[in-house]
Design a protein around this ligand. Structure first.
Ligand SMILES: C[S@@+](CC[C@H](N)C(=O)[O-])C[C@H]1O[C@@H](n2cnc3c(N)ncnc32)[C@H](O)[C@@H]1O
Length: 198
């Protein structure tokens, strides 16, 4: 068992911004109710988090979901972020349930087992949706995107309807939801869907 003591982590403060944290809390609450409605509690799913960044999304979900994942795979093409996320997820890592991979998921072919959940809360950052084409039919999918303009947002959805239209050819959408953010210096929305890969 590997235990980390007194290591310093460098995490961008944006990972703890109200918008980021509220989006992940919204995901967690929604996922718990959607799981109760749509998932078979007898079936264990593998969790794959694409674009896991520094791990705050998985941390918030895993620390409060009622769904148990035996295996948790986190993917981020930035090796520094990935390394940080494995330390943030140390509680699950030392149980040998977390595996990290610093690859571009647009070229990653996952195991073709349908008993998996794929989460991507950073669709606006992904240059292509090839990763979604590569995941197995009937696996569960939870996606978030936004209409917020930002230098690093390469693939925004302009509205909830635009978001739905982008993904409905690949995902049988069970749930679709929007969260609006109003700050003094900016306004934007996040969009979220839950469904099953076609
Ligand atoms: C800035 S973060 C995400 C912010 C977002 N709101 C969230 O927390 O989900 C976007 C992450 O996606 C990762 N990323 C973007 N394209 C990727 C790809 N093709 N494969 C793997 N990771 C990718 C980036 O390295 C980055 O860490």
């Amino acid at each position: 068992m590997k235990v980390y003591f007194c290591m310093q982590l460098t995490i961008p403060s944006d990972a703890f911004s109200d918008g980021q944290v509220r989006s992940k809390m919204w995901l967690t609450h929604s996922f718990n109710s959607w799981a109760a409605k749509h998932l078979n509690p007898e079936v264990r799913l593998t969790l794959n988090w694409y674009g896991s960044w520094v791990g705050i999304g998985p941390l918030l979900l895993l620390s409060s979901t009622t769904v148990h994942f035996n295996q948790i795979n986190v993917f981020d093409q930035d090796p520094t972020s990935l390394k940080t996320s494995l330390m943030v997820l140390n509680h699950w890592f030392i149980q040998n349930r977390v595996h990290g991979d610093s690859k571009d998921v647009n070229t990653h072919i996952p195991a073709q087992d349908p008993h998996q959940l794929f989460i991507n809360t950073a669709c606006e950052h992904f240059t292509s949706d090839n990763w979604l084409k590569l995941i197995p039919k009937d696996s569960y999918v939870l996606l978030q995107s936004t209409n917020m303009t930002h230098d690093e947002h390469l693939n925004c959805s302009q509205s909830l309807e635009d978001f739905r239209k982008r993904y409905h050819a690949l995902v049988d959408i069970f749930e679709l939801s929007q969260l609006d953010f109003h700050y003094t210096n900016k306004e934007f929305s996040r969009f979220m869907l839950f469904g099953q890969k076609k």
